[in-house]
Design a protein around this ligand. Structure first.
Ligand code: GTP
Ligand code: MG
Length: 555
């Protein structure tokens, strides 16, 4: 049993330190038997999208009366929900009950008359509130409660982790602190909806959908906002009327390839965002990339946005990850910790390069959990066998079918602790034959590598592709070395369990904090044959893990 509080500076119990009331953690606290009904991905997307369409974003003066503000807005209809946040100023997100209220508010807004600049008019749902009589700073206003959009500082995280009761508690704490809050999720859908308004100037009936970590349940506060411009609805709309005599000769313009079509569409939407997109700054058109995109900052929300088009497979991958994340409460906790661990050691980066990506890391965790005995997660092929006619999904010739109803998937009988899984994850990949084998979540077992990239992780839907083709041998080696060291640290702790050293980071904290990484690299520099030392240590880990795995297999 861990001492409740190992650090003298610890601010109290974990619950008190967290200070978060209504975080919908869902499953993480209930172990593997989570019985909360889970919504399908498509249902969540539909509800959130519709909610975003009834929502407005308002830049407010720093001092306002919340009561008066709400009273004023209520003239346009009832308000379902609202919250304030700070991002270079005070902002309010206000969700009306009816969509008509937004139009009513838009009708009473005016275009600002600027002294030195000229305005390009655009009817948006992003307003600026100017009070005729500003409240003076000393007036007795209760201060506005702002919802934080950022993750805790390293210091706070360190305190929280050191105060946890067990490694399992540490992993769940990290998840609770870093996962997207309800407000951040709302703001993400709202931002997509605002961008959709701009894109609709060119493509009426288009949809801008979030994908990636904003929706796959593995998003960390502050992660980028991936969105894609979906023009499929327009196509569907025109195919409905297949029987008429009139063909829309001017509805399409033919271009030589799908890629060129994508580039042209993104190019004009990029221009629109640059010229008319309220709050869109630093618009960059990256059209020659493998997956062409427009990158920009949405100032008001503070999100770094990547807009692509023709990216249905990526949305389907997000749905698959969402499904895996919801199947067992340990999945998200483990993925968050591995992602944070990788970030702390600079294995991942926000700059594209030869590093491993969060997407690849997530797939590696899923694969590892499929390999447990009994498995914690089913294979993608098994999920495909459970699918019914409605689940059928073929995108660009790729079969992306899998069951979407959670009730048809039996929960895992595996009851391993997060602590064990974390340790075994590092051991598993510390000893994985990356030179020979490919990681394959479709079949849930290693496959011979079809090509020579250092790291081969099969793309779950475009099965001839490798999602980690960019990873260099040296980055892979760094991952393996750190995995081995981390496994060793956790093993050492097991031994020291009876004599805990106070004021020392332990468990996940020992693996995450940069100070530990630094001291490890310092140790490496000081002791020349560090790799020898680690190799020997690993031998001992390996022999004990062989014993363990024999025991597990024999169960
Ligand atoms: P973070 O942004 O790092 O938090 O994670 P993310 O999952 O959002 O990753 P990223 O923004 O890099 O990519 C967004 C989504 O695009 C991922 O979730 C995947 O669905 C998809 N994606 C990213 N990289 C690849 C890849 O190499 N191959 C394929 N098929 N899809 C990818
Ligand atoms: Mg992303």
């Amino acid at each position: 049993q861990r001492p409740l509080c190992r650090l003298l500076s610890c601010p109290g119990t974990v619950a008190a330190a967290l200070g978060r009331e209504e975080q919908s953690l869902g499953s993480a606290e209930t172990g593997s038997e989570d019985r909360t009904p889970k919504k399908r991905f498509s249902e969540v997307q539909k509800e959130r999208r519709e909610q975003a369409q009834r929502t407005v974003l308002i830049h407010c003066p720093n001092k306002i009366s919340e009561k008066k503000f709400l009273k004023y807005l209520s003239q346009h209809g009832s308000i379902n929900n609202h919250f304030f946040y700070e991002s270079f100023g005070l902002y309010a997100v206000v969700e009306f009950r009816q969509k008509e209220s937004v139009a009513s508010l838009q009708n009473v807004t005016r275009t600002p008359s600027l002294a030195t600049e000229a305005a390009v008019p655009f009817r948006s749902r992003y307003f600026n509130l100017k009070l005729k009589t500003p409240l003076n700073q000393t007036s007795e206003q209760p201060s506005i409660q702002c919802r934080t959009q950022s993750s805790p500082s390293s210091k706070k995280l360190f305190e929280l982790l050191c105060c946890a009761e067990s490694v399992d508690d540490q992993l769940n704490t990290l998840l609770r602190e870093f996962q997207l809050t309800e407000e951040s999720t709302r703001l993400r859908y709202l931002t997509c909806s605002l961008i959709e308004d701009v894109a609709a100037a060119y493509f009426p009936d288009c949809t801008v959908r979030p994908f990636g970590s904003s929706v796959n349940s593995f998003g960390k506060l502050g992660c980028d906002l991936d969105m894609f411009l979906d023009l499929d609805e327009i196509e569907k709309f025109s195919t409905h009327k297949a029987s008429g005599n009139f063909l829309m000769e001017f509805q399409v313009k033919n271009v030589p390839s799908e890629r060129i079509a994508t580039q042209k569409i993104l190019s004009v939407v990029g221009e629109c965002l640059d010229h008319f997109g309220p709050g869109c700054v630093g618009v960059q058109k990256i059209l020659n990339a493998r997956c062409p995109l427009v990158r920009f900052s949405h100032q008001a929300s503070g999100f770094q946005c990547d807009l692509t088009t023709n990216n249905r497979i990526a949305l389907k991958s997000s749905e698959l990850l969402y499904m895996y994340g919801a199947l067992d409460s340990r999945v998200r906790a483990l993925v968050f910790s591995i992602r944070c661990w990788a970030r702390a050691h600079s294995l991942t980066s926000s700059i594209p390069g030869a590093w491993i990506t969060n997407f690849s890391l997530t797939v590696m965790v899923i694969f590892f959990l499929q390999r447990r005995s009994p498995p914690i997660l089913p294979t993608l092929d098994y999920l495909k066998t459970l699918a019914d006619a409605e689940d059928k999904c073929i995108i660009e010739g790729h079969n992306c079918t899998f069951v979407r109803d959670f009730n048809r998937i039996k929960p895992s009988g595996n009851a391993e602790t997060l602590e064990l899984l974390l340790k075994e994850f590092f051991e598993y990949f510390g000893n994985f034959a990356f030179n020979k084998n490919s990681i394959n979540i479709r079949q849930g077992r290693e496959q011979n590598k079809p090509e020579s990239s250092p790291l081969h992780i099969q793309n779950p839907f475009e099965t001839s592709l490798n999602i980690s083709k960019n990873v260099s041998q040296s980055q892979l080696q760094k991952f393996v070395d750190l995995a081995r060291e981390s496994a060793w640290i956790l093993h050492q702790e097991d031994k020291d369990r009876l004599s805990p050293s106070y004021n020392q980071p332990w468990g996940l904290a020992a693996l995450l904090l940069p100070s530990v990484a630094n001291s490890m690299s310092l140790a490496k520099k000081k002791k020349k044959p560090a790799s020898e030392r680690i190799k020997n240590l690993l031998e001992s880990i390996k022999s004990s893990s062989t014993e363990n795995s024999t025991a597990t297999n024999g169960r």
